[in-house]
Design a protein. Structure first.
Length: 280
């Protein structure tokens, strides 16, 4: 996610005018308060073909941590504790663990290893992971017991019912292969797809095997103007920037992420933990 600093500052100046607030107070809020103010979003998503014993199955999603230097480990620790208090059935992390230095994963992974879910914790990679060192990122996570799904998937069981969870490689800098990720898929199983960049949903949603895509990447824009939305969004995160989308019986949820990229501000766009409840 490469953003233009002058563009962000211009956006903030528009917000100053819209709110009629002094610049010192608003900049203090956007730089130091909102980036640390975690938001838990709860959504219910009906999936066609979901079995009755999976009705109410809860997935907690984290994304875009971007550890160091702007996102500090104490925020991640609070996010992990908050996620665990939700008692999820499954927990997924949808990419971008570090900002500039892959070695930050060795500070981050022990904290992420504290995550708990009855059906496990799974991860995929994002573009920043590729822009630093994807092999080192994967090693750091898997050494701490967090599997990284790269064009692969597994069935998730509850009682006599199952759905399929697939993770595909980063769409910007990796080599995503949906067919490979679905190689163990069985006819009739709903599929939850982990894909870092949301805008690939336009291609992926046409596949009848996919029921729900979970993405991050956009950060919601970090700055959102009243009545306008986000002035600046990253490549592959400009069409679907935050929240829940639906078309052709297929769902997409875009998480706003935990961390930030420079300039390290958030305004009307709090860091997010998502609890997704699957329903029949």
């Amino acid at each position: 996610m490469k953003l233009d600093r002058s563009g962000f500052l211009k956006a903030l100046s528009h917000v100053l005018l819209a709110y009629g607030l002094g610049s010192v107070g608003l900049f203090e809020y956007s730089y130091h308060l909102e980036p640390d103010w975690l938001d838990v979003k709860k959504v219910r998503i009906p999936l066609q073909g979901l079995g009755s014993t999976l009705d109410g199955f809860r997935i907690v999603q984290l994304s875009d941590i971007h550890l160091s230097p702007h996102t500090e480990i104490n925020l991640v620790q609070r996010a992990v504790e908050t996620a665990n208090r939700l008692n999820p059935d499954l927990l997924v992390i949808t990419g971008d663990y570090v900002l500039d230095f892959a070695e930050s994963i060795f500070e981050l992974a022990p904290v992420l290893a504290q995550l708990n879910a009855t059906q496990g914790v799974y991860a995929i990679l994002g573009n920043h992971d590729y822009w630093t060192d994807p092999e080192l990122i994967r090693l750091g996570l898997e050494e701490r017991g967090i599997p990284v799904l790269i064009n692969e998937g597994i069935p998730i069981h509850s009682g006599h019912d199952s759905f399929y969870m697939a993770g595909i490689d980063d769409g910007w800098s990796g080599q995503p292969d949906l067919d490979q990720a679905l190689s163990n898929w069985s006819m009739g199983m709903p599929t939850v797809l982990l894909m870092h960049e949301p805008d690939f949903w336009d291609q992926l949603s046409s596949d009848p095997r996919i029921s729900l895509q979970l993405s991050g990447h956009s950060h919601g824009g970090q700055v959102r103007l009243p009545g306008y939305g986000a002035p600046i969004l990253p490549e592959y995160g400009r069409i679907y920037d935050q929240g829940l989308f639906h078309k052709n019986g297929n769902w997409l949820y875009v998480n706003r992420g935990i961390g930030v990229v420079p300039p390290p501000v958030r305004l009307n766009c709090r860091p997010e933990i998502t609890e997704i409840t699957l329903t029949i």
